[in-house]
Design a protein around this ligand. Sequence first.
Ligand SMILES: [Zn+2]
Length: 272
Amino acid sequence: MSELLERTFEKGGTYFVSPQLSICPHLGHAFFTRQGGVSKGIFESLNFRYTGGDNENDIAKNYKIAAEAIGGRYEDVVRTCQLHTDTVGVVRAREGGFRQVGAPDGCDALITNVPGVVLAGFYADCQLILLYDEKNHAIGAVHAGWRGVANRILTKTIEKMGKEYGTQPKNIVAAVGPSICRRCFETDDDVKEILFEIYEDQVPDYFYKEGAKWHIDLKMLTYSSLIRLGVLPYNIDVSNRCPCCGDEELYWSHRRTRGNRGVHAGMIMLKP
Ligand SMILES: [Zn+2]
């Protein structure tokens, strides 16, 4: 389990890559920060969010910058529709142009085995998990906030990769991007109860109380879910970075900005 590595765009700006995914041949991927794009104001600069009021031409340029940074093309970007669902979309063709899957009902995870398709998912405090089946050459991008951790979308995505591509957990390489840390994720009894019920055997390791509030280590719940599925420890990278208490030059945080913000993307692609 390693921390993500820093990379820099040619024109400046930081993004991150997973050490384990980086050593896989024929794979492009990245977790982007807010640096390196062209958006202005509160969206400065690498914003991927259409619903906040940012200029659409700028957002399109940002997608192009990001897709090209991992060796892909803007026209091949397929993005999630993140509404905290447990829906997993399957991308079966490269043709179709820049598009979103799953609107309006939501589709928080995407999988494909088609080379050239750039899967894009988004995060601010939530987790974005990138997956690669190195045996069957299939990939996935999974969005999981606490609701996604509760509805087990990551497990459902890996199961769906099993059905579609014959994926076995032991062949999966997984990377969890920057996401809210246990100190910043402060919640009440209702959320704690929901997660307690599902991750009962992880209590008390990843749950603790400070005053009236619960703190839950969502990163470690994800890590332990992967281990329980059969993903090998050395094939999992989890970032300790947290957008909420981390560097404001790098991150937007939903909690810190009260929703008035851009969003980061993570992307993954099988090289054609
Ligand atoms: Zn934090």
